[in-house]
Design a protein around this ligand. Structure first.
Ligand SMILES: O=P(O)(O)OC[C@H]1O[C@H](O[C@H]2O[C@H](CO)[C@@H](O)[C@H](O)[C@H]2O)[C@H](O)[C@@H](O)[C@@H]1O
Length: 277
């Protein structure tokens, strides 16, 4: 596979992509998938309050069954400990804070992106944001170990530009941090060359998944998932859930979380029937 920096990434409108549900046996083509999943908008619908983005027991059971037949990782912008608590499955791998903080079975815990150096800047930025945004109705400053999400989904329209201006101003005060987009959030992230795509590649190497009989599959709904779609393009399968504001490097689509559930269930059955042959 070509190095990410030399590869030309093909992008499409999400609405032009074929559904990943059409023919799963053909999609994985006799290979064993390694499944990487985003959390918000993929395993749980987007809701107004991030604390209420709770995964259903049905989705948990489905993930559990899938993880019994192939490697499964949740690659999230959320804090790693938070997403682990939401998913509640100990046979999965978790990459939190957009891939900076990775854990897995057998006490695996590692931070391959080197984000700890950004913690002092994140701590200062959090205090400044809390202070400068304290009077804005509906704003939420969510601290993750290696990122801060400033949520404006519940901010009155006429105050959103103030939230964005204040947040950009705080980012400009900290060269250790950079801006990251998201669905009704602006994020402050370590200013390092690390993202979900690099975390997926790191996990594939670590778990010995770079094999001709394994196909990596990434499912996500947000701009931050584009790094993972791009990383796997030409080698794996990128599946976009719904749409975001830009074109996507994914090759297939699913409509929503209900479709994701149906896809994961059918994928598990396909893997099992391949094993039975
Ligand atoms: O990479 P993800 O697992 O998709 O995490 C991305 C962000 O998800 C959360 O925010 C988003 O979902 C919230 C709940 O549905 C919604 O209220 C918010 O508007 C969305 O942006 C999470 O709170 C963030 O920390 C993640 O970065």
């Amino acid at each position: 596979m070509k190095n990410q920096s030399t590869k030309t990434i093909q992008k499409h409108e999400a609405t032009d992509l074929p559904s990943a549900l059409i023919d799963i046996p053909q999609l994985i083509n006799g290979k064993k998938p390694a499944v990487f999943l985003d959390y918000d908008g993929c395993l749980s619908p987007i809701v107004k309050d991030p604390d209420k983005a709770v995964m259903t027991q049905e989705m948990r059971d489905t993930l559990q069954r899938l993880a019994s037949v192939c490697s499964v990782a949740v690659v999230s912008g959320r804090d790693r400990a938070n997403v682990e608590k939401l998913v509640q499955l100990d046979n999965l791998y978790y990459a939190g804070s957009h891939g900076f903080d990775i854990s897995g079975p057998n006490n695996m815990h590692t931070e391959p992106g080197g984000a700890s150096e950004a913690v002092p800047a994140l701590d200062k930025a959090q205090k400044t944001l809390d202070e400068r945004l304290k009077d804005v109705e509906g704003v939420l400053v969510e601290r993750k170990r290696y990122a801060i999400a400033v949520h404006y989904r519940n901010v009155p329209d006429d105050q959103v530009s103030k939230v964005l201006q204040v947040t950009e101003g705080v980012i400009a005060e900290h060269p250790e941090l950079k801006k990251g987009p998201g669905k009704k959030i602006m994020e402050l992230k370590p200013n390092l060359d690390w993202h979900k795509g690099k975390a997926v590649r790191w996990l594939m190497n670590e778990l010995d998944l770079n094999k001709p009989d394994i196909v990596p599959l990434y499912i996500g709904d947000d701009i931050t998932d584009e790094d993972a779609f791009a990383e796997l393009q030409g080698e794996g399968i990128g599946i976009m859930v719904g749409e975001h504001d830009d074109k996507t490097a994914a090759e297939y689509r699913l409509e929503d979380v209900t479709d994701v559930l149906a896809f994961l269930e059918a994928l598990t059955q396909t893997i099992k029937s391949q094993q039975d042959v």
